[in-house]
Design a protein around this ligand. Sequence first.
Ligand code: PMP
Length: 478
Amino acid sequence: MDAHESLLELIGNTPLVRLRTPSDGRGAPVYAKLEYLSAGGSVKDRIGLRMIEEAERSGALRPGGTVVEATSGNTGAGLAMVAAAKGYRMIVVLPDKSSAEKVNTLRAYGAEVVVRPGGLPLEHPEHILNVAAGIAERTPGAWFAGQYGNPANPEAHYLTTGPEIWRQTGGRVTHLVSCVGTGGTISGTGRYLKEASGGRVRVIGADPAASVYSGGDGRPYFVEAAGRFRHPETVDDSWPDSYQREVVDEVLPIRDRDSLTTIRRLAREQGLLVGGSAGTALAAALRVAAGLGPEQLVVAILPDSGRQYLSKYFNDQWMLRQGFLDGDPAVARVGDLLPAARRAEPLPYLHHHAPVGEALAVLRERQGTGADPVVPAGPAPVGPGRQPTSMELAGAVSLAQLEAALAAGRAAVTDRVGDHLGEPLPVFGAGEGAAAALAELSGRGCGTAVVLADGHAVGLVGAGELAVLAGAEPKQGR
Ligand code: PMP
């Protein structure tokens, strides 16, 4: 028989495939390690298996026991799959922003899902890591997997991913490119390849540009599961033990737009459907390969499949709205209202901790056009060059609304703006058609919208401005 006795034998051992690169003939060849072909669909199957088997060996996890982890992503699925195959109960704590597909995948494996608010500082007792640790403590027979500090995470890659790449390339690999989330993949794989090659293999991290690993400020970004976000109120941001920085030679920042356009092109031009962090790794790998010679060989680890992101990165509507697509140049577009000079002006935006008195001053300064002035607000730090992302537009305040609240005694000038937020303003991508945007804005009964470019708020537009622009259609060629 040519068959496996257990599903667990189908974890890892993923194929390596050569990609067509733009500089074919010049530069180094790029090979992709397709982690979506593992049994559970991601690179995290490997650590799901290794962490559970190490816990069995140490006695931390016994028959009938419970596996607990805090994760919105693939580690939960990898652990849930292995737990199901081995007969353990599984509890996963997730942030409330997790996609329905991810939550439902965990439930499909029989995991119990506990949802807590996302976007909290690490110190907050309701942060998913603290909630998971608490559940593990209170539940008899429970074991907290803890991928950020569990040595079995990098070890899984030292024992499997690294040796596979070395064998598959016949020892010819010269550069490894990988994302860094917990750091397990790059640390374990990189360490093995450096040892096997006598230190010759160069290890390169690929990181969302806003992530702290590549020197960003830790503000939100759109590539899921890679990099490190830092909540503005997190006091002590110590990096995970599973990230062994001495293994990594350099970390390249990759903009969200580059990651996302890379995977969209890869799917259309080469038939490979992979996730956003794979785009980050590939964009970095292509950049590295372009500067090398044909005798060198770059391997990029592609952590998961694009099927988990069909409603986002592969959805034109979502991409347009977030301002990641340029739209149809034959029609007037929302972004045409925002020439470079105006985009450079700071967006009117209030930090949610600002006092109501300050909000009143900002709003009164914007009075005069007849319309009720309105300004978005949220947790993003304010300052020159710091445009909030669409994820940081928590709500908005209008002058009429604030004045009414003050008059009725429902608000005081010393209150925080965040306690008096109305609904967030509608958002439009800079590439969206102005006429369609105007119709949607009117349909929602709003007079002002936020314009997004590359997921960041770059300006406010009024219905009047959109109407003027839309009336000018059809526009002559540009
Ligand atoms: N990309 C995806 C899709 C992932 O699920 C992960 C793991 N969180 C990573 C990248 C980063 O891998 P690691 O945690 O091993 O650094």
